[in-house]
Design a protein around this ligand. Structure first.
Ligand code: ADP
Ligand code: ZN
Length: 525
């Protein structure tokens, strides 16, 4: 190599200091920057908050000419362009929010070689005027942010990203740097393939977020569980993710009634409403935002103290990204997942019903991994990092399993109580109804059906609804019962239940954990 690496590093460090005010590179940044400056295609896999932006911003300033940045999010582009401009770096963006005049003004600046970084939305990049003139621009570097969007294997595939494969053909001599926080091996290989990257240098950062403590509760009356969890957080701010807009609206109301300053965010609201919610949250005027997955990809708020999933996400990547919005300042943060076997059964049915054949397998595979994470009884961080092929040698000490290990007990009697109740109820076996009979509730339907005359009526009176719900979940995990989605999600017995009912097979279970153990402290300080 003709250029002296030491002098490049010196120049890069000067840029880091002058334009960004930082003294040293973080793990992986210099490795990626030096590869790019050396003209090599580069794939950067770093967790959210790891500092991916500098990996292309620094080379853009060090190199002569124009750097093209493809980014899917208008708000993120605007933020970055504004920040760069304030730091004296000439940057601009092209996306659908601009008027024709504004757009023309940018082309004029491009023509005058006045712009160092041009952010472009993918749909803009490969259409119309831009495409006609693209080869006139002295493009020296191409950066693809959120690169997993190019892959079907990623959790957020975008059609417009597919066409980005052309870029490498149009500008064969400009290095390409692709960046993402999603790193399972299949997605990684597909990004390289789809973007036509040539023998790229791959940097893979550590994915662990040690300050986030992972908690999981079996979901039972999820709204109440969310309210009590939020009340435990002492006014700290956080995000609660729900699987549908209707749930966002309902839970927002419930939290507001409990006196929590909060608002909802989903794609059914107008752009103005959404921006207002986001801004109030950024300024700490809202403690909680209840949201669908529409909220967050561009959220740059470092002091989010907790993220709750009221509904199980569709993939481990989504879970990781969404929980990763907590604790970006490095201070202790909490993640809580509420998990219900019925949600999982429902999601599998949706995937099976809705998907075309190739999508079907990918989505099912991803959801299976998510379900395995939720149902595993070992250190949550180990399971999570393992998914990203980032191995953690020992249990973390900062998740609910590590801090409060499942206590096994002989649950043969409890299992028999539930299973015989399901057996006797025959067709009428939705989970809650089974619980109502076990606990001896005198509700109308039970009395009308004369189910108060069953021998299993009221035999489980001494434990709570939540307790029995948890026991039933474990019976499902152990394959003794299942949820029949072809019949409105009723509970049914599996053949293996017979031996338990006959007293031929003992059953061990974990003692139900009914709330987050608030006595235990987040170990990360
Ligand atoms: P990502 O895109 O990986 O989520 P960002 O590029 O937004 O992360 O960076 C996250 C935060 O870390 C930003 O506030 C950024 O200014 C800061 N940061 C990045 N690199 C450094 C560094 N070398 N030293 C100090 N802070 C940094
Ligand atoms: Zn752990």
């Amino acid at each position: 190599m003709s250029v002296d690496v030491n002098s490049l590093q010196k120049t890069s460090l000067q840029v880091l200091k002058q334009s960004f005010g930082y003294d040293s590179f973080r793990d992986g940044q210099w490795e990626a920057i030096s590869a790019v400056l050396d003209g090599q295609d580069t794939l950067v896999l770093m967790p959210t908050g790891g500092g991916k932006s500098l990996c292309y911003q620094v080379p853009a300033i060090v190199m002569e000419g124009l750097t093209l940045v493809v980014s899917p999010l208008i708000s993120l582009m605007q933020d970055q362009v504004q920040q760069l401009s304030e730091q004296g770096v000439s940057a601009a963006y092209l996306n659908s929010s601009l008027t024709q005049d504004e757009e023309q003004a940018i082309y004029k600046r491009l023509g005058n070689h006045e712009i160092r970084l041009l952010y472009v939305a993918p749909e803009k990049l490969l259409r119309g005027y831009f495409l006609q003139h693209i080869s006139e621009f002295p493009i020296k570097l191409i950066a693809i942010d959120e690169a997993h969007c190019v892959s079907h294997w990623g959790h957020d595939f975008r059609q417009d990203y597919r066409a980005l494969g052309q870029l490498k053909k149009t500008f064969p001599s400009a290095p390409m740097i692709a960046l993402t926080a999603t790193a399972d091996t299949a997605t990684q290989a597909d990004i390289i393939h789809q973007l036509n990257m040539q023998a790229p240098f791959v940097f893979k950062g550590g994915f662990d977020r040690p300050n986030i403590r992972y908690n999981l509760l079996s979901k039972y009356k999820g709204f109440d569980q969310v309210v009590s969890f939020v009340e435990q957080q002492g006014g700290n701010g956080g995000i609660v993710y729900c699987g549908s807009r209707a749930k966002v609206d309902d839970l927002t109301l419930k939290l507001q009634q409990a006196g929590v300053p909060c608002d909802g965010y989903h794609a059914g609201k107008s752009t103005e409403e959404r921006e207002a919610v986001q801004n109030r949250f950024l300024r700490d005027q809202l403690q909680v935002v209840v949201a669908t997955v529409a909220f967050g990809m561009g959220i740059n708020k470092s002091n989010v103290r907790f993220v709750v999933h009221h509904d199980v996400p569709r993939s481990v990547e989504s879970f990781y990204q969404e929980t990763g919005r907590a604790g970006r300042d490095g201070m202790p943060a909490e993640a809580l997942l509420l998990y219900d076997e019925r949600d999982a059964a429902r999601i599998k049915k949706w995937i099976a019903d809705g998907a075309t054949s190739d999508r079907f397998e990918i989505e099912m595979h991803k959801f299976d991994a998510m379900q395995a994470f939720a149902e595993s009884q070992t250190c949550r961080r180990q399971v999570l990092l393992n998914y990203f092929s980032d191995y953690l040698g020992k249990a973390c000490g900062n998740c609910d399993i590590c801090q409060d290990p499942p206590k096994m007990f002989d649950a043969t009697r409890q299992a028999q109580m539930v299973l015989s109740c399901i057996y006797r109820l025959q067709a009428d076996t939705a989970t809650q109804y089974v619980i109502d009979v076990l606990r001896g509730k005198s509700i109308r339907k039970i009395l009308d059906n004369k189910h108060d005359e069953l021998s299993t009526y009221a035999i489980g009176k001494s434990e709570s609804d939540n307790y029995w719900h948890n026991i039933i979940q474990q019976l499902i995990h152990q394959g003794l019962a299942y949820i029949d989605m072809t019949r409105n999600g009723v509970l049914r017995l599996n053949e293996s239940a017979r031996a338990v009912l006959k007293g031929e097979k003992p059953i061990e279970m974990a003692l139900p954990r009914l709330s987050v153990n608030s006595a235990k402290k987040n170990k990360y300080v």
